[in-house]
Design a protein around this ligand. Structure first.
Ligand SMILES: C[S@@+](CC[C@H](N)C(=O)[O-])C[C@H]1O[C@@H](n2cnc3c(N)ncnc32)[C@H](O)[C@@H]1O
Length: 353
């Protein structure tokens, strides 16, 4: 009991520390922006008063849920503390070094400033952009190395807690296949990026077959480095477009997809959902996590409306008004359920038998 209480205190202290670090970083970088490129500040959106309190309450609820799922054994408690701290510490100065270039890109509205040596034929047009004004878009080792820290800063240290919300619905959905051995269960993480969701699933479901797909070879390299340092069975990573994946019909029992849909135009969003349906075996489970939307989180509309202005997110404005339930339904999914956790909405949907 005493050790449980201690672990809970340690978890909340860690989260508070990450949150303070995120806020301190944003405060300092705003000061620097004031000196270097003051006109960019006009677009920034300070969060104060009641909205700030609502955000704090929402973060507290997320952390309670995260802790309680770990206590229930949905994933090991060690997951709550898992991060490549040393790597992040060494990479953090690079975030600062990268910042002035990012700001200049933002000021000049340069959104297609990508490495010259990439083979543009490998990627859809909508992908060839500097999402979040990120240096090299998703197309370099440099970008892949900084991505996790940048996301942690953006979400004040809650990114992994939000990603972990896919695990419980995934486990519940996979219960349909409980009479099979674990090695006969395959789960695919679509747009896996640097592999953080895969790592979380691996720790919760150590014996299942795990796959990840992403368009960025650089992000997959980062995922491979990260995953291979962890214990557990190998995870198979494939470079490819989630709109037409090189996996067979009905080959997966579970599919997850985290933080992809808001970066896709409508047609691609639809294609990805249909493709996830195709690769699932009947009875299989699809768990989708992405930004909250206007309809489910009206209190946070000012934040949602502002996000795409500060960060280059060309499809976000359309996404926050999109009806994802209806897209899942049109693709053929049933038992569609959704809940929101801080800035993330998590849908689960089943492919009918
Ligand atoms: C915002 S990141 C999310 C990454 C990861 N799921 C996470 O939780 O951090 C979006 C990811 O989607 C990938 N992506 C974008 N469009 C894609 C597509 N059409 N097919 C496959 N991956 C795609 C990007 O390369 C990037 O890794």
């Amino acid at each position: 009991m005493a050790s449980t209480n201690l672990a809970k205190i340690a978890y909340h202290t860690l989260q508070q520390g990450k949150s303070l670090a995120g806020l301190a970083h944003k405060g300092l970088s705003t000061k620097l922006m004031e000196l270097v490129l003051p006109d960019l500040l006009d677009n920034n959106f300070p969060i104060k008063g009641e909205l700030f309190e609502q955000l704090r309450t929402s973060i507290s609820k997320l952390e309670e849920k995260d802790w309680s799922d770990a206590e229930k054994g949905i994933y090991p408690k060690s997951q709550l503390f898992d991060a490549p701290w040393l790597e992040w510490a060494t990479k953090y100065p690079l975030v600062w070094l990268d910042m002035p270039t990012t700001w200049k890109r933002r000021k000049r509205q340069k959104t297609r400033d990508l490495p010259e040596d990439i083979d543009k034929g490998l990627y859809p047009q909508y992908y060839l952009q500097n999402f979040h004004h990120q240096t090299d878009g998703y197309l370099s080792d440099h970008s892949a190395g900084l991505y996790d820290i940048q996301v942690e800063i953006l979400f004040n240290g809650t990114a992994d807690s939000m990603r972990r919300r896919v695990i419980s619905p995934l486990q519940k959905g996979l219960d349909n296949f409980r009479d099979r051995s674990k090695s006969q269960i395959s789960v695919l993480d679509v747009a896996t990026g640097t592999g953080r969701t895969l790592q979380q699933i691996r720790s919760a479901l150590p014996k299942i077959e795990l796959y990840g797909i992403d368009l960025s070879g650089a992000y997959l390299k980062q995922a491979s480095k990260y995953l291979s340092r962890r214990s557990g069975e190998m995870v198979q990573l494939v470079r490819g477009n989630a709109e037409h994946m090189n996996f067979g019909d009905k080959s997966m029992q579970g599919v997850t997809c985290v933080f992809l849909l808001h970066e896709l135009p409508r047609e691609a969003r639809d294609n990805v959902i249909k493709e996830c349906f195709r690769v699932l075996e009947p009875g299989g489970i699809f768990v989708l996590a992405d930004s909250i939307q206007i309809a489910d989180s009206p209190d946070f509309i000012p934040i949602l409306e502002n996000f795409h202005k500060v960060f280059h997110e060309p499809f976000y404005r359309d996404y926050i008004k999109d009806n994802i339930d209806s897209r899942l339904d049109s693709a053929g999914f049933i038992d569609i359920q959704a809940e929101s956790h801080f800035m993330t909405r998590v849908w689960s949907a089943k492919k009918p038998f």
